[in-house]
Design a protein. Structure first.
Lengths: 233, 262
């Protein structure tokens, strides 16, 4: 092998090694990512066939002392990372402490995908709310092109009146008496799903200024606040 | 110098010098035949099943245009590759000081005309093909298509059938009935696409965009997807599309009509 050819060979081998190292680094970096976005450490998994959540007008209830990095963001508590058993009927109870925000899409005013297509609000059975009475939604959807069971559940959460007195104290913060929403849905085979609030309850960012269609950013677009994951195990 | 190789004054190739252009054309012809065959085969296998005549036309267009582009691309690549390999400066061929220009290229009217005719014909064919496709999509639309209002929202598609009083997150369509999609967005720009039906349009916030009617002609399950990067769960923004018989569609409508609030 001539010196020139040897130099070429060394160069080719070195280039291949560098590219391979970069590729391996990229793979490990991607695999190291957890979740689909920002998930505060304070949020822990909720597991079981009975899930209890709260929807709050701020982050003081569960994002650590002082409400975490965004104390004024609306949020679900205590968890946005939920695990439920497969092939089961799951009962969800949501304490809704927030007031109403007008829906942009009336589709989400109706209860969908629950057992009997119903929910109870403070013990009263309902199938839908008026679009301007919903505070948030709890909507589960299925990732595309997977073998997971098709799961779609959407429940509007009736907002508390704007002038309701603050009579409940949680973590030293006062909130109005919540609307208690209860519903059931059936799970299928194991898999990972996402859930999300579909009422524009966040802040600017997405769509801001376009025909008044704002408030889709901030907590609306961040896991750990108004969206999360549901793992069926 | 008919084929670009060095020739004598009598027009014959110099001793031992191959006819390069002829060799290049032979390589190009063989590769073109092979690659066009592969494109046609793969295009038939890989593309999604078509569920409407428009989708079948789009699939044919995709395969045909790719097959036509392959020889053109190969024409360039083979000439460049051949030149790089055959005409490279070899170690020991000559000293650096002896580098000299190659023979000057002379304009060949016949070659220029041939190039213009071939590329011009290709371009005119592509324009004509597109106009035929557009004409087929837009001329003589059905009088009363089934209107489906599509709303994109981070990160879900919802479907409103205003004439039927149905809202759904699943797109259910009757076989053989013309459908017109009216698409909008509640927040940011989304892209509404059903590959199997050749439907693709932007969902613009604050605006309704109407697509040409499409008639599903195949029963089956397909999918919609969003093709504009729209945020955290963009990859989750899809929904099932079910093309069903007329009676199945009517049953679905009856089961999903809005009912009075309780």
């Amino acid at each position: 092998m001539t010196p020139s050819l040897r130099r070429h060979a060394i160069g080719v081998v070195a280039a291949v090694l560098v590219v391979a190292a970069l590729f391996i680094l990229l793979v490990f970096a991607v695999r190291g990512q957890r979740g689909l976005g920002y998930e505060p450490a304070a949020v822990h998994a909720t597991t079981g066939a009975r899930i209890t959540l709260g929807a709050y007008p701020d982050s003081m209830a569960c994002h650590g002392s002082g409400g975490g990095p965004h104390p004024d963001w609306v949020t679900y508590c205590p968890s946005t990372t939920i695990k439920v058993p497969a092939y089961s009927t799951v009962t969800v109870t949501i304490d809704q402490y927030d007031s109403a925000t007008t829906l942009h899409n009336a589709f989400f005013a109706r209860v969908r995908g629950t057992v009997g297509g119903r929910m109870t609000v403070n013990g009263r059975s309902m199938t839908q709310v008026t679009p301007d009475a919903a505070g948030h939604t709890f909507t589960i959807q299925t990732p595309p092109n997977t073998n997971e069971s098709q799961l779609f559940v959407s429940v509007p959460l009736l907002g508390v009146p704007d002038n309701a007195p603050n009579v409940v104290t949680i973590n030293g913060n006062k909130y109005p008496r919540p609307n208690v929403i209860v519903f059931q849905f059936r799970t299928g085979s194991p898999g990972t799903y996402v859930w999300h609030c579909y009422i524009p309850c966040g802040i600017g960012l997405a769509g801001d200024g376009i025909g008044g269609q704002n408030n889709f950013g901030g907590p609306m677009a961040t896991t750990g606040y108004m969206s999360g994951t549901i793992t069926v195990v | 110098m008919a084929d670009g190789s060095p020739t004598t004054e009598a027009g014959q190739p110099k001793d031992g010098e191959p006819r390069h252009v002829r060799r290049v054309l032979k390589i190009w012809a063989v590769l073109s035949v092979i690659c066009v065959a592969v494109v046609i085969l793969l295009g038939t296998i890989v593309n999604e099943t078509t569920g409407s005549s428009d989708a079948a036309f789009a699939k044919l267009t995709n395969v045909l245009f790719t097959a036509m582009a392959v020889p053109v691309a190969l024409f360039v690549w083979v000439f460049v590759g051949y030149s790089v390999v055959v005409f490279r400066e070899r170690r020991g061929d000559r000293n650096v000081d002896e580098f000299e220009d190659g023979p000057p290229l002379q304009a060949s009217p016949r070659q220029q005309i041939a190039w213009l005719v071939v590329t011009g014909a290709l371009a005119i064919f592509l324009v004509g093909w597109g106009m035929v496709g557009f004409y087929k999509q837009t001329t003589d639309p059905p009088a009363k298509p089934l209107v489906v209002q599509v709303t994109g929202q981070q990160w879900l598609w919802t479907y409103d059938y205003p004439s039927l009083g149905v809202q759904s997150n699943v797109l259910e369509l009757p076989l053989g009935r013309p459908v017109q999609f009216r698409v909008t967005s509640d927040d940011v720009l989304h892209g509404f696409v059903i590959d199997a039906l050749a439907v693709a349009m932007d969902a613009n916030p604050g605006w309704w965009t109407t697509a040409p009617t499409v008639t599903p002609n195949r029963l089956g399950n397909f999918t919609t997807r969003c093709v504009e990067l729209c945020g955290l769960y963009h990859t989750y923004m899809w929904s099932p599309v079910k093309v069903v018989t007329g009676s199945q569609f009517n049953a679905w409508v009856n089961a999903n009509r809005r009912f009075p609030s309780s």
